[in-house]
Design a protein around this ligand. Structure first.
Ligand SMILES: NC(=O)c1ccc[n+]([C@@H]2O[C@H](COP(=O)([O-])OP(=O)(O)OC[C@H]3O[C@@H](n4cnc5c(N)ncnc54)[C@H](OP(=O)(O)O)[C@@H]3O)[C@@H](O)[C@H]2O)c1
Length: 216
């Protein structure tokens, strides 16, 4: 499986306001790129933190769609996704990975996976997605999810649109939150594959060195 992380950040690496409220970072050109990327993958994954703060639909805009919407995937150990969440609408299939049960939750399928260090085991998540035919997965955040995919060696590519802005604030979510590297050895090494000026910012694309997934 190929795993591509995509996010938009300010120049100081923040991905939302200190209140965690979503803010517009991408320009129209980047929004179009994100929808083309969504249309090219089999599944789009976010953490429950992003569902609770942004309530995203995680679908492809009509003008970029070719075929059905990708599967939507939420990592939500304790089933905190509200029944009213847009990700539960009927525009695409949704899988909610959790640590409690298998079954149904509105339009979504619940899939139980074990926990590892207090978070859902990503090996289990990716195995279950592979069983359902997912060959390309886009990870759209937030910061806790992105850090864990990087830390577990589960990402092949990191795309960051860096908007021409500073958000600031010690408490603003960043590209990679979670615990971060505890020593030099745990720093995630990247190889830059693209740096492209775009309307309102720059797109940076990196290959993640030592990612485990492509070789699975
Ligand atoms: N600018 C952008 O591109 C962008 C994109 C997306 C989000 N955001 C922003 O990011 C913020 C949300 O980020 P966040 O860090 O709070 O939440 P998050 O990364 O979306 O979700 C984190 C939660 O997912 C659950 N989880 C389950 N398994 C996990 C695993 N293996 N690894 C990591 N998490 C796992 C955990 O909650 P449980 O323990 O309850 O399961 C965890 O607290 C919001 O402010 C949003 O606006 C920005």
């Amino acid at each position: 499986m190929r795993v591509i992380i995509n996010c938009a950040a300010s120049v100081d690496g923040k991905i939302a306001l200190p209140s965690r409220e979503q803010t517009k970072i991408s320009g129209e050109e980047d929004i179009a790129r994100v929808h083309r990327l969504r249309a090219s993958v089999d599944a789009i994954l976010v953490g429950v933190g992003t569902i609770l703060s942004d309530d995203p639909k995680l679908t492809v805009k009509k003008e970029y769609a070719h075929g059905a919407n990708p599967i939507r995937v939420v990592l939500d150990s304790r089933l905190r996704t509200p029944e009213s969440a847009q990700v539960l609408n009927d525009m695409a299939p949704t899988l909610i990975f959790n640590a409690i049960k298998n079954g149904k939750y509105g339009n979504a399928e619940l899939i139980k996976c074990p926990e590892k260090d207090g978070k859902l085991d990503l090996d289990c998540v990716l195995r279950e997605l592979e069983k359902r035919g997912v060959g390309a997965l886009m990870v759209e955040g937030g910061g806790t999810i992105i850090w864990n995919f990087l830390k577990e060696g589960m990402a092949d590519e990191l795309n960051i649109f860096v908007g021409d802005m500073v958000i600031g604030g010690r408490d603003s979510p960043t590209i990679a939150d979670g615990e971060g590297a505890k020593s030099q050895d745990e720093i995630i090494r990247l190889m830059r594959i693209e740096a492209k000026p775009m309307e309102g910012g720059i797109l940076l694309r990196y290959e993640v060195l030592h990612g485990k997934v492509s070789g699975r």
